[in-house]
Every structure is written in C-alpha cells, then in structure tokens.
Design a protein around this ligand. Structure first.
Ligand SMILES: [Zn+2]
Length: 350
C-alpha cells in the first residue's frame, strides 16, 4: 500500500468526519456532500430527506446500487435548567455507557457550540456510584453558560441536535480512532469509488447513494431503492469486531485488519446466499481477505432494499470496527482499501 494512497485516504476520511449529524438532521452535511461529489457524477438526484444519489451512466446492461448511510447516533436537547445545564435524549443507538466525561457539539442553526457531559468530581463520588453506569436521563451537558437565557442566546433550544465532538486520531498500523466512523468511514469509501469509476470509464450503470436516517428505521435506503430499482445492491456499513481483551470469549470472529466482513445471519434474517457465494469467489480471485460472522441483533439497510421490485439480491459489505457508537470508534485504513478493491471488482464481475 503506497504512502500516497494512504495520505490521500487520510485526507478524505478527515473531511468526512469533520461535519457530523445525528439521524434526522442530515441537511447541512448533505449540502456539503452534494458540492463535493456532483462533479464526479453524470446525474444527481436528492430526496426530501437529504438522501443523495449520484449516477454513473454506463451502457444500460445492469444497474448496481451502492449505499452508505451518512447519519450517526446522537441526541436532542429536551430541557435547559435555570442554571444553564442541558438535558437530552438519544437519537438512534446512542450508548449511555459511552457518554459521561465526553466532549460534545451542539448544532443550533448554522453554528457549532462545544459542551461537555459532566461527571461528579472524583472526590465526591460515593462507593456504590463507582461501579454504576449513569442512566442517560441523569446526565447533563455543560456549555459553560450560567443561565437558561444565556443558553438560549446561543440558539440552543428544545430539539437542538447534538453529537460527540468530531475527532480523528491516527494510531499505529494504519488504525484510526474517532467519532462517527459508523458510517462515515464507509461514506469515504463510497466517495472514492465514485471518483474511481469515473476515472476508469466503467460501462455499468452505477448508483452511489448516501442515505439518511439509517438509525431511525432505515428510511433513506428504502426511498433510494425505490427510485433506482437496481438489479443488485451492496450496502457499505460496519461490523463490530470481537478482537479486544474484553471480548475474547464472545464468539465474534471478526478482526480489525481482517478484511471485508459479511453478516451471514442478522437477527432472524439470512443474507442472499447465491450472491454471497459469488462475492466470496470474486474476492478469492482478487486475493482479497474476507471474514464472515453471525450477529443476533444487527439490522442493516439490506432489510429495506432486498424486498423491492421482484426482489433485489443485496449484500452488506461491512467494515470491521472496534468500540462502535463510542467516541473512540476504531477502523483500519487497510480494511477500507480492501472494501474499495472488492467493490471495483464486483461492479464488473457480478
Ligand atoms: Zn451503520
């Protein structure tokens, strides 16, 4: 893997993680993304929910849809007290364990306000509090204001969205840690594919969809699939790894750096097995490592796309991730590049 490729990927990934949005509040990011991508597409379509579909027009032989959701879990403000402390509730899969002691960004219109999720000073914690997860409704955000009026002057009110503060840190061995990597790491890969397909003048009709509201019932993917009516669909999303000391007995065989990952069983569902087998063959031919696992809880956009038309063979191509939905989500740049390589092969050979 050349240094130039890695440097380019790091730069693109940084762009994709500097503006975050919780589900339902995608408009600002969607606007920025439109400006970034439109140059590389023959056509662009957007839905009223902020989904963007960039089309590469080929020769009309087959339509391939690639999706990556742009939203992340977050919160909205539910109340502001007389002393300027802010209470909130979750949007999507926000994890209460990951919240205390974190820096957050609040997004009143066209602004970003920093805050912290406060915790009791160490000296004031009772013994039983040390081993307890603080429920979300006991947590609060401190923006440094001293009254409700001061908070309101900043534009923060009930319904203002909030996420962890954007962050990206480069660790050893091409591992990157930060916020919003589910699913902005995959959005970065989708963007790179859009550019590559244009450079390579591919002859397939390819639809690159950046979707909204995955955390809220996968609304965007359903809209997009109904518009595109594809022959095949590939969903770019994440798969949690089981390769850290706390998960050693978890029976999750997925490893960071182990390559594109397939969730064969997701909850009650089994993926499209003929497509899965075909993809494994193509990956093997291109010497791309792959991993497979079963998740009792995972639900991805596949569930919304596979049932349209007369049935669309659909497969998740997942990026391994550690610490999902926390402020230190970690992924491997090498895995991102392997997914890119696999998809470039699949578009042609499927
Ligand atoms: Zn996701």
């Amino acid at each position: 893997m050349s240094k130039d490729v890695l440097d380019e990927l790091k730069k693109e990934f940084s762009w994709f993680t500097e503006t975050l949005c919780p589900s339902g509040f995608e408009e600002d990011f969607s606007r920025r993304l439109k400006e970034l991508c439109r140059y590389y597409a023959d056509k662009m379509k957007e839905t009223s929910y902020g989904d963007l579909i960039f089309t590469h027009e080929g020769e009309g032989k087959k339509k391939v849809l690639l999706t990556a959701h742009i939203d992340i879990p977050g919160a909205i403000v539910t109340s502001i007290d007389d002393n300027g402390f802010i209470r909130f509730t979750y949007i999507g899969g926000l994890d209460a364990r990951a919240l205390p002691n974190q820096r957050v960004s609040l997004y009143p219109s066209n602004k970003k306000i920093f805050g912290v999720v406060g915790i009791k000073s160490f000296h004031l914690v009772s013994e039983d509090e040390t081993s307890r997860v603080t429920p979300m409704d006991e947590l609060f955000v401190d923006v440094g204001a001293s009254s409700r009026e001061e908070v309101e002057k900043l534009g923060i009110k009930i319904g203002t969205p909030m996420t962890f503060c954007p962050a990206i840190n480069f660790l050893q061995n091409n591992i990157v840690s930060g916020v919003g990597f589910d699913n902005r790491a995959c959005c970065t890969v989708l963007y790179r594919l859009l550019k590559k397909v244009r450079e390579q003048r591919r002859t397939e009709d390819i639809f690159f969809a950046f979707t909204s509201r995955e955390e809220l019932g996968m609304v965007g993917s359903e809209l997009v699939a109904n518009i595109v009516q594809p022959d095949y669909a590939f969903i770019l999303d994440i798969a949690p790894t089981g390769d850290t000391p706390d998960l050693i007995d978890s029976r999750v065989p997925v490893k960071l750096g182990g390559g594109p990952t397939f969730l064969i069983k997701q909850g009650e569902d089994i993926i499209h097995i003929p497509l899965y087998r075909r993809v494994l063959e193509i990956a093997a031919r291109h010497h791309i490592p792959t991993q497979s696992c079963s998740m009792e809880w995972e639900m991805t956009e596949t569930h919304k796309i596979q049932g349209i038309k007369h049935g669309v063979p659909t497969l998740d191509i997942c990026l391994p991730i550690r610490y999902a939905h926390s402020a230190v989500e970690s992924v491997s740049l090498e895995d991102m590049l392997q997914i890119e390589k696999l998809l470039l092969a699949l578009i042609e050979e499927i």
